[in-house]
Design a protein around this ligand. Structure first.
Ligand code: ZN
Length: 396
């Protein structure tokens, strides 16, 4: 859902449009211009039909935007700021900065969207009723928009995570079993089933000669991806909730002196310690990092005369973290800067190294042990940290 174009800001919420929306826009415009308007408004010119189709697509777009804004408004009210909204194929996604703290919040944030669409649908239906006698053309458009908005409400209320209905469903299970992870598991599995059902229904339509079924297959495919992705995200976020760098980092860091030559580094350190990454300590202070990659960029004949100091990445050019930082924010740092390891520094002292591998193993371990926090919305997720003391011994 990252393939979106930034569109602007409303009430401080960034609006993004997923590429799939361009497709929806084209399909809605095309359907109305060549289908509905062609049949009902024969006296319209081609230009009028296409402009009318585009107008419907724009109002549809605004309807979806209003739906998403309703999530954002409620979420902001409850103290969970929404930074951005992405409009994509079956509606949109309001990107909450974090998951709701409890089931009630989740329920309210989720349910307001379909309710808003339903209300919009009823308003368009009322407009149709009021305009019908005066202008059948505009009344017809209003009726179509009523149908679209009510369909949007119904579709989004399907009980499959991450659709709104799936979130409502999750919040109800969560309220009952007090376990957000298990609730997410159930709701996202239902989401996958619904996705498969949509794909199957779409295929059947195609088999029976209606290519509109491809659209249903497409939506099912998106829902399937979103459901599995959302579950994995919840697992990761929960596993890392309340965990600090010091709980996960490797303390046993391989170190080397800056004066060591590269051939010596390979012979006496890399092979001996079976390590690919070394912290360079100059008189005990953390000076930088040297990896096998740094060695390889130097010509082999120069290895005996090139020091680790010249080949390393100096600490001034490295992102470092402290042992007290939260793992969640550090993982973001890692993905933003696309780095696989971060030196953990306390003052000027290197106390450990954090790698993506460490974090993945930690998540796996927590899943295997089965101690993922049961979040009942009342208590903060407990930290798995057992060690509260920063080690004073130097790494390596
Ligand atoms: Zn929604």
């Amino acid at each position: 859902m990252d393939n979106s174009v930034k569109f602007g800001r409303i009430f401080g919420v960034e609006i993004g449009i997923h590429w799939s929306w361009l497709l929806i826009f084209a399909v809605v415009t095309y359907t109305f211009a060549t289908g509905i308007f062609e049949v009902f408004y024969e006296d319209w010119s081609q230009a009028q039909k296409w402009a009318g189709g585009a107008a419907v697509a724009i109002v549809f777009f605004l309807s979806v935007l209003i739906h998403e804004m309703s999530h954002a408004v409620v979420s902001n009210r409850l103290g969970l700021p929404v930074k951005s909204i992405t409009l994509f194929v079956f509606g949109g996604v309001a990107n909450l900065t974090r998951d709701p703290d409890n089931a009630k919040q989740e329920f309210l944030i989720a349910v307001v969207g379909p309710v808003t669409s339903l209300v919009l649908g009823l308003l368009f239906a009322a407009a149709w009723g009021a305009l019908y006698e005066f202008n059948t053309g505009i009344a017809g458009i209003a009726l179509n928009l009523a149908v679209i908005n009510i369909s949007l409400a119904v579709f989004n209320m399907l009980p499959g995570f991450p659709l709104d209905g799936g979130r409502v469903f999750r919040s109800l299970i969560w309220l009952r079993n007090k376990n957000r992870i298990k609730a997410t598991k159930i709701a996202s599995t239902t989401g996958e089933w619904i996705a498969y059902a949509l794909m199957a229904a779409g295929m059947a339509q195609v088999v029976f000669g209606s290519y509109g079924g491809l659209w249903t297959v497409f939506i099912g495919f998106f829902l399937k991806n979103a459901a599995s992705g959302a579950y994995q995200q919840t697992i990761t976020a929960s596993a890392l909730d309340g965990v600090m760098v010091r709980d996960v980092m490797s303390r046993d860091v391989a170190t080397v002196e800056p004066t060591v030559m590269l051939d010596e580094l390979l012979r006496d350190h890399v092979l001996q310690r079976n390590a690919r990454c070394f912290a360079v300590l100059a008189g005990g202070d953390f000076a930088g990092i040297v990896t096998l990659h740094d060695v390889r960029v130097v010509e082999q004949r120069l290895w005996p005369e090139t020091s680790v100091y010249r080949a390393m990445t100096p600490s001034t050019r490295l992102h470092t973290v402290t042992p007290e930082e939260s793992l969640t924010s550090v993982m973001q740092l890692m993905s933003v800067h696309d780095v696989n390891q971060l030196p953990v520094v306390y003052g000027r002292e290197l106390v450990g190294m954090l790698t993506r591998g460490d974090v993945m193993r930690f998540i796996q371990l927590r899943q295997d042990v089965g101690d993922l926090p049961a979040n009942d919305g009342e208590n903060e997720a407990e930290s798995v940290s057992t060690e509260k003391v920063i080690p004073t011994n130097r790494a390596g």
